[in-house]
Design a protein around this ligand. Structure first.
Ligand code: ADP
Ligand code: TZP
Ligand code: MG
Length: 285
């Protein structure tokens, strides 16, 4: 473990140390407050998403029955809606939950999985965007499809673009929707339509584990839940913290399956020295 005395970021880049301190403060706040995060998500991601939230200190509830929403959703600290295994019978509950969260002043985060894969999915995602998500987090292809409102050649849940290809799409989607938009990739990009911030943590092998994108979206919901007034900072910090957990986990992993395990263990064990010395967040504009 590095010692704080070896840490030179403060002398080298004052902005970097401010970001690192923010990320640590937000992770500490999630651990202290243990926000309740409702997840309406796909069948593939339920396990990893719930375990990601638990290892970060949050409290997950994978609850999607429309009959329960009026009682439950107003009580949560944030909502995560993910359309990964969308079917027509799930969409009404997603919309009702989004409206309940919005009307209760609770943040909600949209993951538009494979938004451009079909007309049905694109229309559903655009209708959800109308319901005022606090954050939209997708890969580059998903954000480009949403910003252009277009179905196109697709790799399904995976991206066929680099995150840097999607900066203008992300800015325009943020401006048109009022949401903070995050594009994941080798560089995670976060924009409110004016500011653009990049987070450069993470390992490429995350793309070989299904549902890591879904899980980092839920982690964003937990970070925004504990600091609703700084959505951009909370989103960039969640992306960076998840990336750091993967970097630490990668040192012990032999491949995707063991990285999945070490990712969760590392997220649970991250300490201040590790976070302060690993955060790589900075302005891109
Ligand atoms: N080339 C890469 N290098 C490092 N981290 C990456 C890379 N690609 C994606 N990631 C990370 O993997 C996680 C999932 O992102 P991504 O694969 O883009 O989402 P999705 O699974 O929704 O397509 C994010 O934490 C992201 O930062
Ligand atoms: C493979 C797959 N198919 C439908 S949802 C899903 C999981 C996608 O997870 P992620 O977007 O995090 O890779
Ligand atoms: Mg995804």
């Amino acid at each position: 473990m590095e010692s704080k005395s070896n840490f030179k970021a403060e002398e080298e880049d004052p902005e970097a140390i401010v970001w690192a301190q923010k990320a640590w403060a937000l992770l500490s706040s999630v651990r202290a407050k243990s926000p309740l995060i409702q997840c309406i998500t796909n069948f593939v991601s339920m396990d990893l998403m719930a375990n990601t939230l638990l290892s970060a200190g949050a409290s997950p509830a994978m609850l999607h029955s429309i009959e329960e929403l009026p009682d439950f959703t107003p009580q949560v600290h944030a909502l995560c809606v993910n359309v990964g295994t969308l079917s027509a019978d799930w969409l009404p509950a997603m919309k009702v939950a989004a409206e309940l969260a919005h009307n209760s002043g609770k943040p909600w985060v949209l993951d538009p999985v494979a938004a451009g894969a079909s007309g049905f999915r694109l229309k559903a995602c655009l209708e959800l965007v109308e319901l005022k998500p606090t954050v939209i987090r997708g890969n580059a292809s998903e954000i480009i499809a949403l910003a252009n409102a277009s179905v196109g050649p697709t790799k399904g849940a995976d991206s066929s673009h680099e995150s840097t290809d999607a900066v203008e799409s992300a800015k325009s989607l943020a401006q048109s929707s009022g949401a903070l938009v995050a594009v994941s990739g080798a560089v995670d990009i976060v924009t409110d339509g004016k500011r653009v911030v990049g987070a450069r943590n993470g390992v490429a092998m995350l793309t070989k584990i299904t549902a890591t994108g879904c899980s980092v979206t839920a982690l964003i919901a937990a970070f925004v839940a504990v600091d609703q007034s700084h959505v951009l900072e909370a989103t960039a910090s969640a992306l960076s913290i998840f990336g750091i957990a993967s970097e630490v986990g990668m040192k012990l992993a032999k491949g995707p399956a063991s990285l999945r395990m070490h990712l969760i263990d590392s997220l649970y064990r991250l300490d201040e020295v590790c976070v302060l010395s690993h955060v790589k967040i900075g302005s891109l504009s």
